[in-house]
Ligand binder design. Structure first.
Ligand SMILES: N[C@@H](CCC(=O)N[C@@H](CS)C(=O)NCC(=O)O)C(=O)O
Length: 216
């Protein structure tokens, strides 16, 4: 069975789980704690980040966007509005520009180089492009959800959650509506199943679970 080393709260792992979920792909999910990474995961991928996927055939994929591309065929509906290569480029640019700002805002430290508002406002500025896209259409690339929506949603969620009151008071109302719709979408809620930490040597959890499992 395909194995996924995952951490529930990691946005990279969330995007991978959402992509797997769209295809109804079943995996053995091994819930990892970042401070206690399992040796078997590090043996597969010494860089030590989640998610890590090991296919049935033994192939190891340890970048979240690559796992998404493994799950979502290039000729699937998830790339109908823009080809895979172009959506990947947009997602990679988003990761490169947004993640550092998000972390500086979310994990703000008193000894940070700049005030908290700087990181928050620069992050919001990054999201302005999405707001513009959403002013004319319900999803980032058009009338249907695409790879890009799945790839960025967990990061927008984290950004909004730092100070939800502030986020809601911003002019980016289309983005707020888009996020709120994703937060209750079964693709997202289904990707947020809670699992206990996986212990080396034990079998992981079948995911998605066969029957109802506590979500959120
Ligand atoms: N470029 C990687 C980044 C993954 C990543 O940085 N994941 C974080 C958790 S959200 C991690 O595993 N960090 C390692 C650590 O904190 O030790 C990907 O897209 O999969």
């Amino acid at each position: 069975m395909t194995i996924l080393y995952s951490f529930r709260r990691c946005p990279y792992a969330m995007r991978a789980r959402m992509a797997l979920h769209t295809q109804g792909l079943s995996v053995e999910l091994r819930e990892v704690l970042l401070r206690d990474k399992p040796p078997s995961m590090l043996a597969l991928s010494p860089k030590g980040t989640v998610p890590v996927l090991q296919t049935n055939a033994g192939q190891v994929i340890d970048e979240s966007l690559d796992i998404m591309c493994w799950a979502l065929p290039a000729d699937s509906a998830w790339f109908a509005l823009l080809p895979q290569g172009e959506q990947l480029q947009l997602a990679e640019a988003f990761d490169a520009n947004f993640k550092t700002l998000l972390d500086s805002y979310k994990y703000y430290r008193q000894d940070s180089e700049r005030p908290l508002e700087y990181y928050r406002d620069a992050g919001a500025e990054c999201l302005q492009d999405f707001e513009q896209r959403l002013s004319a259409q319900p999803y980032l690339l058009g009338q249907a959800p695409q790879f890009l929506d799945l790839a960025v949603m967990p990061f927008v969620r984290q950004f909004a959650a730092v100070d939800r009151q502030w986020f809601d008071s911003q002019p980016q109302q289309r983005l707020r509506q888009w996020l709120d719709a994703w937060l209750v979408d079964p693709l997202f809620t289904g990707a947020m199943t809670k699992f206990p930490q996986w212990r080396e040597g034990s079998s992981g959890e079948a995911w998605p679970p066969a029957s109802g499992h506590a979500n959120q």
